[in-house]
Unconditional design. Structure first.
Length: 453
């Protein structure tokens, strides 16, 4: 408790909101830190379990499935903000109604999406879509169906994580993410030791079972303990709250759609233009440089709901204080990324050996790309917490429309460096405008539409 009180004293002493945020950060650091270690170990382990080409296929497939994260049409993020607002004003019945309405609505949506996908999947040739021939078309279709079915179930079960984060307890739900990744790691390690031939199907089943089982346990646990007053019930489902959840949720929905074009299409573009081997190079470099980004996201993850609480109560003094500290924190992350670049050649050699080589130019451009991503991600939590999404919405829509043509054009001209460079261009624009919007909201309190709507 001594360290919490020390840091809390630097953050507007005595603020319950600050203490809760700081405790959440430290708990999350422990488990997310463990996740980072596991993910670092998983890359070479997974490559040895299957192959570099199959690993590239797995990453590309994961990106395609991630597109369907928009299928809740914004209910998850709408729930995050509305639940935090209801808790801030002490209306527990309203908060429980929001939770119940979100669970029921998302479950129905996921069922519809799953049925439609099962029908469409029958007619798709995934070898053509993924630009590969590592698996027979029929077997690859089964792998996709397993991954997608797991994804739909997780979408519902992971709502407990959304509620816990809105409740400003991200550290507790991070434990279950850690346990699911640990279970995947141990399962793959065991299968390698038993000399079982690794396949994409085995990988899909291991990943799905680990995450579903952990989030099922998390759902049972938290709704019997921390969230027992908010556990979902059909009795508390209110159709009228669908519109409230979707009001702000629809803005998040549009933001998600455009973000998918900007970020998730990259693996598809690389696979189609350059092949699945280049997907592996891209993702290994990305995973390496996102270690500092992950640290940044761990620290700022409680900020979203804390700012929802603070903005509801118009506590500008607290919000400005935190903003200043986030500026210093972004400088620290930038320095950390430069250090990662300095040791990258040795780090890649130690991490993945000679199986895959990361070119120096890719390493430099990726570091700059993640630097820009880190800056806007640190401050986007403030904007999301306050709910002023107009600028972000239009930025995402406009930039997503130009990203794919730029990535394809530069990819054909400069290869993988051109594709990563196109992402750097997009992220730099975000890194300039998002912190500026935060400053306008908190210090100038500008009434201009682009900053405040």
């Amino acid at each position: 408790m001594g360290i919490f009180k020390l840091i809390e004293g630097r953050l507007r002493g005595g603020s319950e909101r600050s203490i809760k945020a700081i405790k959440g950060i430290f708990r999350t650091l422990i488990f997310k830190g463990g996740n980072m270690v596991i993910n670092v170990i998983l890359v070479p382990l997974t490559i040895s379990f299957i192959s570099p080409s199959e690993y590239g296929v797995w990453l590309t497939l994961s990106s395609i499935i991630a597109w369907f994260s928009i299928s809740d049409i914004g209910f998850g993020n709408g729930l995050r903000n509305r639940f935090a607002e209801a808790v801030a004003i002490g209306n527990k019945e309203l908060a429980r109604s929001y939770v119940s309405t979100a669970y029921f609505s998302v479950s129905i949506l996921m069922l519809i999406v799953w049925v439609v996908f099962c029908i469409i999947n029958y007619f798709l040739d995934w070898n053509i879509i993924l630009n590969t021939n590592v698996e027979g078309s029929h077997m690859l279709s089964k792998v996709v169906l397993v991954v997608f079915s797991s994804f739909c179930l997780q979408f519902v079960l992971k709502l407990v994580g959304t509620v816990m984060i809105a409740y400003q307890e991200p550290g507790k739900i991070a434990l279950f993410d850690f346990l699911s990744n640990l279970l995947v790691l141990l399962s793959i390690y065991l299968m390698i030791k038993l000399d079982l031939n690794g396949t994409l199907m085995y990988l899909a089943i291991i990943s799905g079972v680990a995450q579903l089982s952990m989030y099922f346990i998390a759902t049972l646990w938290f709704y019997r303990h921390d969230l027992r007053e908010y556990r979902p019930s059909l009795k508390f489902f209110k159709a009228k709250y669908i519109r409230q959840l979707m009001g702000i949720g629809m803005k998040f929905f549009i933001v998600q759609i455009s973000a998918i074009f900007v970020f998730q299409c990259t693996n598809i573009i690389i696979a189609q233009l350059l092949g699945s081997d280049q997907v592996s190079i891209y993702n290994i470099a990305y995973k390496y440089y996102t270690i500092p980004l992950t640290i940044a996201l761990i620290v700022v993850s409680p900020i979203w709901s804390a700012f929802t609480d603070a903005y509801t109560k118009r506590d500008y003094s607290w919000m400005r204080n935190v903003y200043r500290k986030l500026v210093y924190f972004s400088v620290f992350i930038s320095i950390l990324l430069l250090f990662f670049l300095f040791i990258s050649r040795f780090a890649f050699k130690y991490w993945i050996g000679n199986s895959i080589t990361i070119p120096t130019e890719i390493s430099i451009i990726m570091m700059l790309n993640i630097l820009a991503t880190s800056v806007f991600n640190i401050f986007i939590f403030i904007v999301n917490g306050i709910g002023k999404l107009f600028l972000q919405l239009w930025l995402n829509v406009c930039l997503s429309l130009i990203y794919i043509p730029i990535a394809i054009l530069l990819g054909k001209q400069f290869g993988l460096s051109g594709i990563v460079g196109s992402s750097l261009i997009i992220n730099t624009i975000y890194a300039i405008l998002v912190p500026l919007q935060c400053y306008k909201l908190l210090f100038n309190q500008s009434n201009h539409l682009i900053w405040t709507k």
